[in-house]
Design a protein around this ligand. Structure first.
Ligand code: FES
Length: 160
């Protein structure tokens, strides 16, 4: 499997940050960057990363099973994650999540028909002091209201 020249350059630079024999430490960032390009954890991607980092395939499967940001299902172009854990639940996170379901017309771990958005209800994002919190791709958003969420979604639609 080959990646884009940009991603290959990123991998080459990243690997240099790890001491000899410790390149296995690059597993999670390598999986994340590869997923961004490929769209999901495909068998080919796993095989390639396994080969490059000399990590057993079963170890990669364990990592994917643990970290929710790694997925086997292709996501939308923009992945919306809304926290409904305690702090967020108490400050409107559940209502925000329901609003997002209606706004996007999809449910948990689903993708819009045009492939532009996917939605996921998630556990604590570590931003409890600014609840309710959500992530769109790698960007955190705090003290989110339904109106703010609508604005974020609409502005992303316009950039397409
Ligand atoms: S409970 Fe939502 S960020 Fe912690």
């Amino acid at each position: 499997m080959t990646f884009s020249p940009e991603l290959e350059a990123k991998f080459a630079k990243m690997i240099q940050n790890y001491p000899a024999g410790r390149q296995k430490g690059a597993l999670i960032p390598m999986l994340l960057f590869a997923q961004d390009e490929v769209g999901s954890m495909t068998p080919e991607l796993l095989e390639e990363v396994s080969k490059r980092l000399k990590v057993k395939r079963v170890e990669i499967e364990e990592v994917i099973g643990y970290y929710t940001m790694l997925t086997r299902e292709p996501r939308g172009q923009h992945h919306v994650q809304i926290c409904t854990n305690v702090s967020c639940m108490l400050t409107g996170g559940e209502e925000l999540y329901q609003h997002a379901c209606k706004k996007l017309g999809i449910g948990n771990k689903q993708k819009t028909a045009d492939g532009q958005f996917s939605l996921e209800e998630v556990e604590c994002l570590g931003a409890c002091s600014w609840a309710p919190a959500m992530l769109i791709d790698y960007d955190f958003h705090f003290n989110v209201t339904p109106e703010k969420l609508d604005g974020l979604i609409e502005s992303l639609k316009k950039t397409q």
